[in-house]
Design a protein. Structure first.
Length: 106
């Protein structure tokens, strides 16, 4: 079993459950995260940094694939790997998240 800390874990679980992640720019994640009622929006810079850290962790651990955009040289497009499999695991991931206070487990 692999465990790692992920910033904004609850928000990313909601995104995985509710959206098909296919050719998303980081701003797509940001639009959803910033609308969350659970976040303190007084420190937007810190929240964005946390979002990018989470995307990097998810990419590094093979939950997301990052590919350079063909149209925007400085942008990456993200897609979820095994998205359907991840959706099946979300209840287990949520349970582990709550049990481990911010740990994402698979």
């Amino acid at each position: 079993m692999m465990k790692f800390n992920i910033p904004l874990a609850d928000q990313f679980l909601e995104i995985i459950k509710n959206y098909e992640i296919e050719d998303w720019e980081a701003k797509c994640f940001w639009e959803i995260i910033r609308q969350s009622d659970q976040l303190d929006s007084s420190n937007v810079k810190s929240l964005r940094e946390d979002m990018y850290a989470a995307i990097k962790l998810l990419s590094k651990n093979d939950y997301l694939v990052a590919q350079r955009s063909l149209f925007k040289k400085k942008s990456y497009l993200y897609r979820a790997l095994l998205h359907k499999d991840l959706k099946c695991k979300v209840p287990l991931i949520e349970l582990n998240l709550r049990r481990n206070l911010g740990k994402w487990s698979t």
